[in-house]
Design a protein around this ligand. Structure first.
Ligand code: GLU
Length: 468
């Protein structure tokens, strides 16, 4: 096989909301490029001036950077390439690949109504299309024409879609596409073709809402002497209710996930599996994903978003994270809820203690709070209510034993065991009052670990206050 330098692109229209499904369309071309040691390009399709915004571009770029989808080229903005598109329109006019069409909006509407009435598919009728021996209508005065591409007549466009298999569309179904508007601005499908050609894109991996554009794009590309790339049209991503994902029905943006305490690697792993699989692998590293990624294993049916699975994956990633890195990632969330992570035990230790049970970074931060609040100032009544008189002797012994024990989880566990045996009581009977004495709550992680993290001195100080 001929050596091919793979070049893929993500070509979002920055028209607002970017949900997870949108970013999946970035992930797959990125992975395909990385797998093949090729190039990945970001192209911003911003020619719809009314709907495009810099804010949306920023969200896309930030989201990609957060997930670690690095670029080889770009962002390339289509608005900065307008001259190039105009140049090609002119070439196409000069070489007879395109022609001016003076049909007015009204005439087009009328034509459409007639076609609909006779149950035909609405399409431009080629009135202004030059053909040998054909006389065109007189050019109306003062009307700026649109420019139409001379679509081939007869035959069909066939391509082997890497996801959907062979697709064949008859040219009779395609009318002559408008490639430039009366004011000279190029149209969407046209810009895509010129860009994919100029950027030497070898594989177009995109959402299947573009399948209908593909035969038109292929025809234009061929007319210009290009050879079409491989197309892989990805089935949509449905939300958990089975509807098309959108902001209106509650989809979260990438930023929302970031703010909700998800780890980028967990999101990447999740997105990877949303329409692609490698055996039954569910949790894998980014490197594994890149090594394994191929177009053959892309799913053919719509993928469905599953928030519980995403949360589960996030938990897996948190649990397996290096505590130092996890602590660094959690800190901003801790600060957000007003914690001073310097005013208490070592934050890395606290995070290590909490990570096995947390689903999000916010949960870790919330759990960590306990260790950074001032020691509780319990009233006599509170103590009486929460720490039974009967447990006092055991508690007293415990405090003494702790003060002389090794400051390790194992040593503290042994102390507990010994006191429970001596007083013939069960763990909760002793651990709950201890927790209450330490934090004024009974909700804490395992008590022996808590004592280690809080520190012996501080723990003994707090416990001594309630012992009578
Ligand atoms: N700009 C298009 C979109 O946001 C993608 C076009 C393409 O990938 O060819 O849906």
């Amino acid at each position: 096989m001929r050596f091919m330098h793979i070049r893929t692109r993500f070509a979002p229209s920055p028209t607002g909301f970017i949900h997870l499904g949108n970013l999946r369309s970035a992930l797959y071309p990125w992975a395909f490029a990385r797998h093949n040691k090729g190039d990945f390009i970001l192209r911003i399709e911003d020619t719809d001036l009314e709907r495009s915004s810099q804010e949306a571009v920023d969200v896309i770029i930030e989201g990609m950077a957060w997930l670690g989808l690095d670029l080889d080229e770009g962002p390339i903005y289509q608005m900065q390439r307008i001259d190039r598109y105009r140049e090609v329109v002119k070439q196409m006019l000069d070489s007879g690949l395109a022609y001016p069409c003076y049909m007015s909006e009204e005439e087009l509407n009328k034509l459409r109504d007639q076609q609909m009435a006779s149950k035909e598919k609405p399409r431009y009728n080629g009135l202004w299309r030059p053909e040998p021996g054909k006389t065109l209508p007189p050019v109306p005065e003062g009307v700026s024409p649109v420019i139409r591409f001379k679509n081939p007549i007869g035959g069909s466009v066939i391509w082997n879609d890497a996801v959907k298999g062979q697709i064949e569309i008859s040219n009779d179904e395609l009318d002559d596409l408008v490639i430039a508007r009366p004011d000279g601005t190029p149209t969407y499908n046209f810009c895509v073709v010129i860009d994919d050609m100029d950027m030497n894109i070898t594989h177009v991996i995109r959402g299947d809402d573009h399948v209908n554009n593909t035969p038109r794009q292929i025809n234009i590309m061929r007319a210009l002497g290009g050879s079409p790339p491989v197309y892989a049209h990805l089935p949509t991503v449905l939300n958990d209710a089975g509807e098309k994902m959108s902001k209106r029905n509650g989809a979260m943006s990438v930023r929302d996930y970031q703010r909700a305490g998800y780890l980028p690697d967990a999101i990447l792993n999740y997105l990877a599996r949303l329409g692609w699989s490698h055996g039954d692998a569910e949790v894998f590293t980014k490197e594994q994903f890149v090594n394994w990624f191929d177009l053959e294993s892309l799913g053919r049916s719509p993928a469905q978003h599953n928030p519980e699975k995403l949360l589960w994956l996030n938990h897996q990633y948190i649990q397996n994270s290096d505590p130092v890195k996890l602590a660094a990632a959690t800190k901003p969330f801790a600060h957000e809820i007003g914690m001073d992570t310097e005013a208490g035990p070592d934050f890395v230790q606290v995070v290590s203690l909490l990570k096995d049970r947390a689903n999000t970074l916010i949960e870790i931060a919330e759990g960590a709070k306990l260790f950074y609040l001032p020691a509780p100032n319990l009233t006599a009544d509170q103590i009486k209510e929460n720490i039974a008189e009967a447990v006092m002797p055991a508690l007293k012994d415990l405090v003494e034993a702790i003060s002389t024990a090794e400051p390790t989880k194992e040593a503290y566990a042994a102390v507990f065991k010994q006191i429970l045996a001596k007083y013939q009581i069960k763990m909760p009977a002793l651990a709950m009052p201890v927790r209450y004495a330490l934090f004024a709550t009974t909700q804490t992680p395992a008590i022996d670990s808590v004592l280690v993290v809080l520190g012996k001195e501080e723990a003994v100080k707090r416990l001594s206050k309630v012992v009578r």
